[in-house]
Design a binder for this molecule. Sequence first.
Ligand SMILES: Nc1ncnc2c1ncn2[C@@H]1O[C@H](COP(=O)(O)OP(=O)(O)OP(=O)(O)O)[C@@H](O)[C@H]1O
Ligand SMILES: [Mg+2]
Length: 498
Amino acid sequence: MVFQDLNQSNPSNTFSSEQVQSLVEISSLLNSIHDLATLLPKIMDVALAPVQAERGLLVIKENDDFRVAVARSIHNDEEDLVDYSRSIVRRAMTDNVAILTHDAQTDPRFSDAQSVIIKQITSVICVPLVVKDHVEGAIYLDAKQNRTQFTNESLDFLKILANISAIAIQNARYFEGLALEKVRLQSEVERTYAFSEIIGNHPKMIEIFKLLEKIKDSNISVLIEGESGTGKELVARALHYSSTRRSKPFIAQYCGNLSENLLESELFGHKRGSFTGAHQDKKGLLEIADGGTFFLDEIADISPTIQAKLLRVLQDGVIRRVGDTLERKVDVRIVSATNRSLKKEVEKGSFREDLYYRLNVVTITLPPLRERKSDIPLLVHHFLKKNAQRHGDPTPKRISPEALRQLQSYHWPGNIRELENTIERAYVLSSTSQIEPEDLISPHFETDPDQTLRHITKQHVLKVLKDCEGNKKKAAELLDVSLRWLHYKLNEWHIESD
Ligand SMILES: Nc1ncnc2c1ncn2[C@@H]1O[C@H](COP(=O)(O)OP(=O)(O)OP(=O)(O)O)[C@@H](O)[C@H]1O
Ligand SMILES: [Mg+2]
């Protein structure tokens, strides 16, 4: 039996043309096959023929042991083969040596194999698959007919084959790992941006959910209107990740107060040399989003030039890079958002009417939080849960009824974003497992007493009453309230009836 160090080879050996052909073949497989299930049988086939082996095994390392990935035999005795070769494969792998023997029958390590099989075996060759000192597996071949069948050339050939194969196997494993990771990330992203992450029970929100369901798989353009912090981007993302376009990119571009040149080159790309600083061709984001969804955020601000170019995208599905004459096809779904009324911009003449109608096939108007205060408890619990996850708390902190009442009586100019930030802060500030009113103290909640509705109401009522020279009936008429209400309030404020 010959044990050969893998790093030694016999330079005087020459390969048969079939062996060279096999090496060429396997080296091109390395570039083209990325899944193990296809790659491993190929390696086995390429290994068997040129050395005229009758049986072959390809084993892959798994934890501390190995598993047989491919077994081949012209005698249909693959099962025996696996049993018989176990010790020799293990030896090649643990010692990282190539093994060549012509006298398997007398080798003591085969003594536990069935004699009937051993009797027939003459030549065995086994080569570990190694990448950077890391054994990935082994190729085992044997033959029983011709004692001199496996030569040193066969061994050298197999060692080269094994080196190339080991890299291919490692690459395939890496690719498969990446593919799995991609699937995992994709499903995580889809979960993060599912419709179910848009919280709301208010009739206006229910209407929006129904509409979203209806339009998610169509390609129609959607305009999302709503004040700052009402969830426009959240809705745009949910629309994309619930649609058939979800495996393609979602790209958001903020269009508000950006210079026209910058925005144009971002959206449409540019040709090299089209302006100072354009050192090379650049793809526009609309091109990169091909097949996916493009979110134009703060659309009301875009210039007439960009409006015209966007119209081309929506009408004909083409873009032209800055400085280029070539028109390129793009397939993007356009979702846009604005916190101003786009219709008013059209009336003022600052926004093209034709573009407005193209962008606005469907409008989703997100209500401000003050108009859906009934959703506050749901939202608060949603954000408490999110914070618990972030902090690794097994159960989320709770909120006291009084704190919740305070949240519900606030007018939320910053809408849901402000509520989310308030909860995030309170979560950290509260020292117990329950958020109390004092934890809500924040820049937003340092309410100026002069700004409260109660105070303003009082000031206004007193002023009107003064204007009416204390005539309550007249004042109530002017204020459009009942005389009873006025009496009630004056009483509450401890103001004498006269
Ligand atoms: N219905 C909702 N349910 C849960 N979270 C929400 C909801 N609406 C908004 N949010 C959260 O509030 C924050 C602000 O939302 P988003 O960024 O979508 O608002 P926007 O309308 O785009 O605001 P702006 O006009 O300022 O860009 C985000 O963190 C978002 O996840
Ligand atoms: Mg936004």
